[in-house]
Every structure is written in C-alpha cells, then in structure tokens.
Design a protein around this ligand. Structure first.
Ligand code: SAM
Ligand code: SF4
Ligand code: F3S
Length: 440
C-alpha cells in the first residue's frame, strides 16, 4: 500500500484543500504514513503571505533534502499551494529535492496523477503543474471524523490590497455553485459534523449568477439556514469591511445557527494608510460597521487583523490604530508587522520603518490587545455558556478544550467521550486568553 504525508501551512483555505486531497487519496487506497521517513510521497502545502511563512517552508525543504539523500531515497516530494505558485520553475532550480511543483490551480490534476499512477511515482519527476487552469472546487473538503468542517464557497481575490500577495497566487474571485455547496453541507451533516465554516479570501463578496438569477452572500446564508435547520453552528471567514452590508447583518441576527462572531480585518486605524493599502474604506466607515453589528447583536464578538509598520507610517498613525482598537473593543486580533512582498504595489515603495521600530510598534498593539481581550472576557466569569467540545487539552490530558459561540477557548475537566458534543459550562476564571470552567 502506498503511503502519503501532507504538511499544511497558511490559512484555512489551504487546510480545506489539503483535507480534500487526503480524502481522495484515502478513497483510492492510500494510507497515511507515520511520518515523512516512512512515506512514498510527501506534500508540503505552502503559504506566501509573509516572508517568515516562506522561510519556514525553506527550512522544511532543507530537512527533506537531508531525508531524501540519507534515509528515504525513494520518497517523492511535491511542493503545492501559494509559494509553489509564486516561485514556479525557480523552486526546481533552487531546491532539486522537489520532484513536482503544484500551484494553486492544478491540485485536481495532481490528485488524478497520484491516484492513477499509484505504483509508479517516477512519473512525477520534474512535473510542473502550475499553468493557469480555472480554479475548481473539490466536492468535499473534510478528511476525518472531526465534527468541524470548512466549506469553501468562493476563491481568489479582486481587491489587490497594496501589500498583499494573495491575488497574485490565488487569481480572481470565483463563487462556487450553490447546489455544490448544499450537497457538501448535506454530506457533512450526515457524517455528524456540528460546526461548518464557510470559507473565502473575501467570503462576503460571494455572488453566483445563473441565468437571470443572482445569489449574494446574505441570500446564501439564509438559504443554508432554511435548508438545514438541523445545522447547529454556522460560521464564515474572512469578511472584507467594504462588502459587509446591513442585509448580511440582518441575516446573522435573524438566524440563531449563525454564531455571534465575526472576523472583520481592519488592518489599520489611519485613513491615510488605509488609502495607500487600497482597502477602500475609512476608519469611520469601519466603526459604523461595528456599531451596526453591535446594535443588531449586542453579544457579538468581533476579531480583526492589524498590519503595522506599513511604508510611511508615523507615530500618529499608530496612535490612531490603537484608538480604533479601543473603540471597537476587539475580543482578539491577529497582529503582524509589514513584510514587503515582491510583485505587490507596496513593494515598489520604500520600506521606511526599520525592523526594530516595526517590532516596537507591534509590541504596543499586542499589549493593548491583551488588555482588550481581558476586558472582553472578564465579564463572562461566573456566567453559564453553551460550548462545543473540541479535543483533549494539550496541557493536561484530564481536561477538555472547548469553544464558545463567540469563538473563545476554554478548558474544563471531563472525559474525551464528550468530544464533538455541545454542553453547558460555568466560567470560573481566566488564564491568558483561555477560560477555566466546570461542566454544569
Ligand atoms: N482577505 C483577508 C482580508 O482582506 O482581511 C485577509 C487575508 S490575508 C491572507 C491574512 C492577513 O495577513 C491580512 O489580513 C494581513 O493582515 C496579513 N498580511 C497580508 N499581507 C501581508 C504582508 N505583506 N505583511 C504582513 N502581513 C500581511
Ligand atoms: Fe489580500 Fe486584501 Fe485580498 Fe485580503 S482582501 S486577500 S488582504 S488582497
Ligand atoms: Fe497563505 Fe495562500 Fe492562504 S498565501 S494565507 S495560504 S491564500
């Protein structure tokens, strides 16, 4: 039996696409290897969003070079995803240990090759599967028995934020046929899935046209809730502020299956920087969205992405970001300092902020977010909340890890037979960003 090993880096879209491949390989009779030492093929599904992401992958390529020369000479290595798409031929030149480069658009062809030529992987040598086919969605993006699943509904990005590589490696936006989305959700619910997250680089720009009919994101959410009243929790990622409408907020408020959480990346609090980032909204428009969301759903948690140290950023710009964060009251943030990405618009501008200063500014942002996360969570101590149990806690095997509807993590003592169940807990205390709780 042939064995595969897949390593996935980057965002949830990569995770969903890796899961779709794993599912197909398993169906074709492949088995998961216990590690790369023991595999016939290893696939690294890569990310290009920041230089640090690529450096990490280069480190893995070094490891695989050693593995192939010393320990597992029959191993074939495939580099897949955004970094493969960005560098193409350069990968084979720089990293001869890579046998096949699979970009974003030819994952399907790659799986067909693997499943049809299982016994003769030499066929993979030097294959470059990067020419731009139209992106196609897989049927099911879920590989194991987990009760949580991602369902991609749109792919690509038309926004071209001036710092971002994604539109270059993922291509233009396409929306998935709604009947395929419904079929996937139906299969997942039959498999016992309890929480579905709709995915897209810009999920709320979903728009599917067939004949004279157009389905937008608000209508899609409504349809999913109508068709699947048994679906307990529905989430979606990532929303762009310019495409968040009152309609979407109304659908969220009206359907209790849609979790009271939204991830709405603001990136920055200065209008000058937002303009040069090409985000197409102002800080006051962003704040008007926050008020709209909180008015419709007072208990909603709002998380964000912050990108600090953009070319030309002043101390005042940083202060504006800190003050927007305070006003918005984010319950969590992903915070990064700016990395120039070759090929993007901002790459042509001078990277004016020295790395030490970027780190210093980022530290201020992180410090404030710690305070905001604490302020958001402390109100919940003593309360009872419904949670979905995810796994055994990594820190203590006697504890279970669970998540609230508002996307907060907690641990409580319990038996692993509860994994995948909804239960009610009382929040006892807070350690970092994680609640300690007890089941009631
Ligand atoms: N589509 C989402 C949006 O518009 O908010 C974001 C997707 S992007 C993959 C995830 C995050 O990576 C961005 O929100 C941004 O904060 C960060 N990011 C993108 N390009 C970056 C860069 N050049 N340097 C540092 N962080 C970056
Ligand atoms: Fe990148 Fe902007 Fe597209 Fe998000 S919306 S993926 S940040 S270009
Ligand atoms: Fe990275 Fe590609 Fe996702 S660049 S963040 S894996 S879309």
């Amino acid at each position: 039996m042939q064995k595969y090993w897949i390593e996935t880096y980057g965002c949830q879209m990569n995770k969903a696409e890796s899961d779709a491949i794993i599912r197909q390989l398993k169906h074709a009779g492949w088995k998961e290897a216990s590690g790369p030492e023991d595999a016939d093929i290893a696939v690294i599904n890569t990310c290009s969003v920041r230089e640090t992401a690529e450096e990490r992958i280069e480190g893995r390529l070094g490891f695989y070079g050693f593995l192939k020369s010393k320990r597992n000479s029959h191993l074939k290595l495939a580099l897949m995803g955004c970094m493969a798409e960005r560098l193409k031929e350069e990968i084979i030149e720089r990293f001869p240990q890579v046998d096949v480069v699979v970009g974003t658009f030819n994952k399907k062809k790659f799986v067909e090759l693997l499943t049809s030529n299982k016994e003769d992987l030499t066929l993979l040598h030097d294959f470059l599967l990067t020419e731009q086919d139209e992106y196609s969605f897989e049927k099911i993006h879920h590989s194991d028995s987990a009760y949580k699943a991602f369902v991609p509904i749109m792919h690509g990005c038309n926004n071209f934020c001036s710092y971002c590589i994604v539109p270059y490696v993922r291509g233009r936006e396409i929306s998935r046929n709604p009947s395929d989305i419904f079929k996937e959700i139906e299969t997942l619910l039959n498999d016992g899935v309890k929480e579905i997250t709709l995915l897209g680089q810009n999920v709320n720009s979903y728009r599917y046209t067939e004949g004279s009919k157009t389905l937008d994101f608000a209508s899609l959410l409504n349809k999913i809730c109508e068709k699947f009243p048994e679906l307990p929790w529905l989430r979606f990622l990532t929303s762009h502020p310019k495409d968040l409408s009152q309609d979407i907020v109304d659908v969220m408020a009206e359907n209790r299956a849609i979790c009271r959480h939204i991830h709405l990346p603001v990136q920055h609090g200065s209008d000058d920087i937002l303009k040069r980032m090409n985000r197409r909204y102002t800080s006051s428009h962003y704040m008007s969205l926050i008020y709209m969301l909180r008015k419709a759903m007072p208990d909603i948690s709002i998380t964000t992405d912050i990108l600090i140290g953009f070319p030309g950023e002043t101390e005042d710009d940083v202060e504006m970001t800190l003050s927007l964060m305070r006003e918005a009251g984010f319950s969590d943030s992903y915070m990064y300092y700016y990395n120039p990405r070759k090929g993007t618009k901002a790459y042509e501008w001078e990277d004016t902020i020295p790395i030490e200063e970027k780190k210093h500014r980022l530290a201020k942002v992180i410090e404030l977010q710690k305070e905001l996360s604490y302020n958001w969570r402390k109100k919940k101590i003593g309360k009872r909340l419904g949670v979905l149990v995810e796994s055994v806690s990594k820190k203590d095997a006697r504890e279970l890890l669970a998540r609230t509807e508002q996307d907060e993590m907690l641990v409580f003592a319990g038996d692993k037979s509860k994994i995948g169940d909804f239960t009610t807990v009382e929040i006892l205390s807070l350690e970092g960003n994680t609640f300690k709780a007890r089941e009631v």
